[in-house]
Design a protein around this ligand. Structure first.
Ligand code: PLP
Length: 400
């Protein structure tokens, strides 16, 4: 008889976005004349930039010719992309990495979700709350014990160390959903904690490209000692509009070691390499050529324009909610998310229903990202300008 992984029965369905979709669908069915605007899901709306499109076209042409067609890609990525990553994202920022410490993938969701494959089930895991749901769900799927680290206005969204020593710690900065960041000094405390307790930090830097202020680390490896205790995840999804194209990468430094129960020293880089080469067959050549073009001077100029467009949306939302409506807001400066306290102590879902029913605006209830997100709401800056402005006008009328 089949035996299933029963932990899957404990995590329930992916409630958040399915529930949002259900409520929006029902509303639209009963109010077909109303224009619903979504500032909810964190997906891009701007087109992929011309430099990337050009590279994709060129790569597509290559695939149609006998002399240049490519088959399976290397599991860890093509050298041309890995070299562009190492140079632009690390060497130019004063961080030394070897090309074989970088693993190109189809995105940060897969990697943050799959990394648990190389870690024992008995690790104690600490995860910030609220958080990108993949961290909690994938650890629950394996049956690991999780300690949540609340991030709220009370601690300025800086998590305090776990009560019980954690073996594995998930940090995501700039943060989804709160849009908040850690300074170098604050991140250093976590690196020091991990070094002291021989813990592993899983650092999700998917929103690194949105950092606008100095002294906010773009990579955890800006902190001394981090190569001995941290894996970093990056994504081209929000940086360059690759949500539908799929590309990201993970850095597993060679200095990062762990011990087996017998005390033998094992390289996490070697384990991840083994995991990827067994279960992953590489990111499409065409997509990797597109990702490489992100680092060209034209590509950089163009993606920065797109990021500036989104961040202007963030400024508009923040300006209206905070400055004009006097709401308590967070984020929106180094991240494309604005985290707002719900009015009149409403629950996150009550506020969701109010916005949908009264002014046809869709956002994301903070409680969907964890218990500490209750009483908060997330707006994204990824909408188009016209819709963002219209949404703001509707909110001003409702809440003024
Ligand atoms: N990490 C965080 C914090 C995210 O918010 C997201 C997507 O929303 C991802 C990872 C997934 O990125 P990717 O599209 O590269 O899988």
């Amino acid at each position: 008889m089949i035996k299933i992984n029963e932990h899957y029965t404990e995590i329930g369905n992916n409630y958040l976005f399915a529930e949002i979709a259900r409520r929006v669908r029902e509303y639209k069915e009963t109010h077909p004349d109303k224009k619903v605007i979504s500032l909810g899901i964190g997906d891009i709306t701007r087109p992929i930039v011309p430099a990337v499109i050009e590279a994709i076209h060129k790569a597509t042409e290559e695939m149609g010719k006998v002399e240049s067609v490519r088959g399976y890609a290397p599991d860890a990525g093509y050298d041309f992309l890995i070299h562009a990553i190492v140079k632009n994202d690390f060497t130019d920022r004063g961080i030394q990495l070897n090309p074989d410490e970088v693993f190109v993938s189809d995105g940060a969701k897969s990697d943050t979700g799959n990394i648990g494959d190389i870690l024992d089930r008995n690790n104690r895991v600490a995860i910030t709350d609220p958080a990108y749901p993949v961290y909690v769900d994938t650890n629950k799927m394996t049956g690991r014990q999780i300690e949540l680290l609340p991030c709220t206005p009370d601690n300025h969204f800086v998590p305090t160390f776990p009560k019980k020593t954690a073996d594995v710690i998930y940090l995501c900065y700039p943060n989804n959903p709160t849009g908040t960041v850690l300074t170098k000094e604050q991140l250093k405390k976590w690196v020091d904690y991990a070094l002291e307790h021989q813990s592993l930090i899983l650092f999700d830097a998917a929103y690194e490209a949105f950092i606008s202020q100095p002294d906010i680390p773009h990579s955890i490896y800006e902190i001394d000692g981090a190569k001995k205790c941290a894996i970093e995840f990056r994504s081209f999804s929000k940086t360059a509009g690759f949500t539908g194209m799929r590309a990201g990468y993970t850095v597993v430094p060679k200095e990062l070691i762990a011990k087996t129960s017998k005390g033998e020293i094992v390289s996490l880089n070697a384990l991840w390499k083994r995991r990827q080469s067994t279960k992953f067959n590489g990111t499409a050549y065409i997509v990797q050529r597109g990702a490489e073009a992100v680092y060209s001077s034209e590509g950089q100029k163009q993606i920065k324009e797109t990021i500036a467009y989104y961040m202007e949306n963030a400024r508009i939302i923040q300006n209206a909610l905070h400055d004009e409506l006097g709401r308590t807001t967070f984020g929106g400066v180094n991240a494309p998310y604005i985290w707002v306290k719900t009015p009149d102590n409403m629950s996150s879902w009550e506020f969701f229903d109010l916005l949908l029913n009264k002014i046809q605006i869709v956002g994301t209830p903070g409680s969907g990202f964890g218990k500490a997100g209750e009483g908060f709401f997330r707006f994204t800056a990824f909408g188009n300008r016209e819709n963002t402005r219209e949404a703001i006008e509707r909110m001003k009328k409702l809440m003024n």
